[in-house]
Design a binder for this molecule. Structure first.
Ligand SMILES: [Zn+2]
Length: 248
């Protein structure tokens, strides 16, 4: 996958990095990433990934913009209230980088359609706001063999983890959270810039993973405390009896 002269100019500050170079930039261009949720996490992930020239972005969100989203979702403006987040995110990406192929999907992802929606991607970034969706997405990623980058922010806490085969996200949270009504930030609240911090960290991890920068990033969970303003890292042990990846 070659880079045009315009692309070489555009990504010059990236290509000059020895860890990226032309080879890394071509890997980014070849990458097909699905992003679940164009909300707070998506508002950080999409501009970052479109900016660095990820070749193909699938944006999955069935929601419309509400005024209560705007304190943490800078993809949107007041006049966008009532319009599809996936469509608005598409317009944002198109205006930012013409070399990115973006596709909006206005569907709520769940165990019934996740396989159809996620097949054919090199990485799935889940920025959805509830455990039921995250677990359905994780189980499907395990089945399809697609790495999953899970990112979440609620109240003052953020977490980001990259899962491939084993351990999976279900190893981390267990089976108690499949009900639709678990957590979401509508009820619990979320600090304004927290989603941006966590989303940009997730985007950075995605870029490093695709280019191959740094040590193997899988199986670790990065936790951010928005009150203490600090990150820490824990290793997720594989759960031998995990019903998603246990027999992998
Ligand atoms: Zn598992």
């Amino acid at each position: 996958m070659n880079l045009s002269d315009q692309e070489l100019d555009r990504y010059a500050r990236h290509i000059v990095l020895p860890q990226v170079g032309g080879v890394g930039q071509r890997k980014l261009k070849a990458a097909r990433i699905a992003i679940i949720g164009a909300g707070g996490i998506g508002s950080a992930v999409l501009p970052a990934l479109a900016g660095v020239g990820i070749g193909s972005l699938t944006i999955i969100d069935d929601d419309v913009v509400e005024l209560a989203n705007l304190h943490r979702q800078p993809l949107f403006r007041e006049r966008d209230a009532g319009y599809s987040k996936a469509d608005l995110a598409l317009q944002f990406v198109q205006r930012l980088n013409r070399f990115v192929k973006a596709r909006p999907i206005q569907e709520r992802i769940g165990s019934d359609n996740a396989e159809r929606l996620l097949t054919g991607h090199d990485l799935v970034i889940d920025g959805s706001d509830n455990f039921a969706t995250r677990l359905a997405v994780s189980d499907t990623c395990v089945e399809l063999g697609v790495p999953l980058l899970s990112a979440a922010a609620v109240q003052f806490q953020g977490q980001v983890g990259l899962f491939r085969a084993q351990p999976c996200y279900r190893c981390f949270v267990g089976d108690a959270f499949d009900a639709e009504d678990c957590d979401n930030c509508a009820e619990l609240g979320v600090l304004g810039a927290l989603t941006g911090t966590v989303g940009n960290f997730a985007a950075l991890l995605a870029i490093n993973f695709i280019v191959g920068i740094g040590d193997d990033p899988t199986g670790k969970l990065h936790l951010f405390d928005g009150e203490a303003l600090s990150w820490r890292e824990i290793r997720i042990p594989p759960e031998p009896g995990c019903r998603a990846c246990g027999s992998a």
